[in-house]
Design a protein around this ligand. Sequence first.
Ligand code: FES
Length: 151
Amino acid sequence: MYNEMVLQHFNNPRNVGEIENADGIGIYMSEFCGDITKFWIRIKENRIIEATYRTKGCAASIACGSILTELVKNLNIEEVLMITKNHILSALKGLPEKKIHCSVLADDALKDAIRDYLSRNLFPVPTELVEKQEKIKPLLKKMKERGQILI
Ligand code: FES
């Protein structure tokens, strides 16, 4: 079902884990399947110098998070904001149709980490990122209240 590239990243995921004192932390839940991905980023002079992630999701979400941590390394914030699921899909050389939403989850989690970084530093935050977070906040809050671990 998965190509060799996806399997490589699934079997040997890069940059899994947390960054201590990260400059931005993002979390997102797929509206499609309920899986969750979290991203940590370290920024220096407006560039991502390190990105890590964890996911509570499928094999494709592991591969998407892994490749995305590599794709964004050394990109500046403006360049990272231009990343879309299509960049992830093309870097992975494709995913089965029913797994495309897994790339959206990784992208949303990374962008939420950017939102966090921008707002912590009082930089303007794109409206789209604020709206996305507002949409997911009540769901994550409910899960937390139920004692469900959010990675
Ligand atoms: S099926 Fe949920 S992230 Fe892949």
